[in-house]
Write a protein that binds this ligand. Sequence first.
Ligand SMILES: [Zn+2]
Length: 173
Amino acid sequence: MAVRKILTAPDPILREISKPVAEVTDETRTLVADMFDSMYAERGIGLAAVQIGVPLRIIVMDLARNGEEPQKRVFINPEILSASDEMFTYEEGCLSVPEYFDEVDRPAQVTVRYLDEDGKQHEEEAVGLFAVCIQHEMDHLEGKLFIDYLSKLRRGRAMDKVKKVVRQRERNA
Ligand SMILES: [Zn+2]
């Protein structure tokens, strides 16, 4: 297990389309463990493999609140089977766009099919924060970031913020 560096915008790797996992193996599970370590190190609630530079269709998530037991979830090769017409607005953030938050509209409910860490297939309805998070993370698999939904002005502000944060981190490193 290892904490790996999380790529930040505008790293071109974040724009790559992730490839399906052909078979869930021990290697996949090692990558998943690294993803959790990297996500927890930055206090994130979701992470796609491409964010640590591995363009494979793998997402990890933990929506447990502070003080609750961890709720580790793994989504391999996820697909959205259906999405509601009803929309939901949430102030999103992203470890690849550090310290910037803004509102995004997405379908309020989605049905998602995925494989777990053991390669077993599941189908599940997602609502609320779970629906937001799975759609946000699945966008990463298509090379898309939440700031792509924002106006040019707001996207510019987000990128200014990222540059500033990255500079600060380099100084403190
Ligand atoms: Zn993200």
